[in-house]
Design a protein around this ligand. Structure first.
Ligand SMILES: C[S@@+](CC[C@H](N)C(=O)[O-])C[C@H]1O[C@@H](n2cnc3c(N)ncnc32)[C@H](O)[C@@H]1O
Length: 215
């Protein structure tokens, strides 16, 4: 790629999601990405031939602008739209510039849904995690794929917020219409400073992949 995401160097289980997607969902299918940000994981999906329905509430992530980065620098960052245009992928991605919890665009049916560390954002805490997960599930047609990576609690403050969760707790939101394919969780690890977190910091992350049982 000619362009780079601000999130390029953060840990992700996206390769595990992409492997399951490749195995189960034909190329040219539609994948919804919740919390698309500047497209770190949207662009590889589009480049692989998928159509992408990208939900993002942050105008800076979509349109670009000045961002604070480690080292006390504030460069102009390109947003998702600019990156898609430069990479020649704009026509494959439909952007929904809305809060996923407010949107009415979630009656679309997709072949897969994916989110990377979005639901723990404080803007989502006024609604239950169950609502976020159910909205994601409702996008996926029978036979399709659900994938989420998420922050797990490591501080007492986070332990009191249900949006910092675990594969075990998430499984309660998946009834017999779903088959859990893969769950993973890391130990605590140190991540280098990046946009939004200007000091090195500690995370613990989980992955949850499930298939919507065909009817
Ligand atoms: C941590 S960033 C994504 C970075 C990701 N790890 C990656 O590699 O692309 C999460 C994104 O989710 C978005 N987000 C969180 N809650 C959202 C919501 N309710 N609706 C739409 N976007 C949301 C945030 O604005 C943010 O851009």
């Amino acid at each position: 790629m000619e362009t780079q995401s601000l999130w390029e160097h953060t840990l992700t289980f996206f390769p595990q999601f992409l492997a399951a997607l490749t195995e189960r969902v034909p190329a040219e299918s539609t994948v919804a990405v919740i919390g698309a940000s500047d497209g770190r994981l949207v662009l590889p999906l589009a480049a692989a031939g998928y159509r992408v329905l990208a939900f993002e509430r942050d105008p800076l992530a979509l349109h670009g602008g000045e961002v604070s980065l480690p080292g006390d620098v504030s460069p102009h960052a390109m947003g998702l739209i600019g990156r898609l245009k430069i990479e020649g992928l704009y026509d494959q991605v439909q952007i929904v510039e809305e809060d996923f919890l407010q949107t009415h665009a979630n009656d679309a049916k997709c072949d897969a849904v994916w989110t990377s560390c979005s639901w723990h954002y404080s803007a989502n805490h006024h609604r239950s995690l169950a609502e976020f997960v159910t909205r994601m599930q409702s996008l996926v047609r029978p036979g399709g794929l659900f994938g989420a990576e998420f922050m797990m609690p490591i501080e007492p403050r986070q332990a009191g917020i249900e949006h910092y969760t675990s594969p075990e707790k998430l499984s309660c939101h998946f009834n017999d219409q779903w088959r859990v394919l893969l769950t993973l969780s890391t130990n605590e690890f140190t991540e280098r400073a990046h946009a939004g977190q200007l000091q090195d910091h500690t995370h613990r992350m989980g992955l949850f992949l499930a298939a919507h049982v065909p009817t």
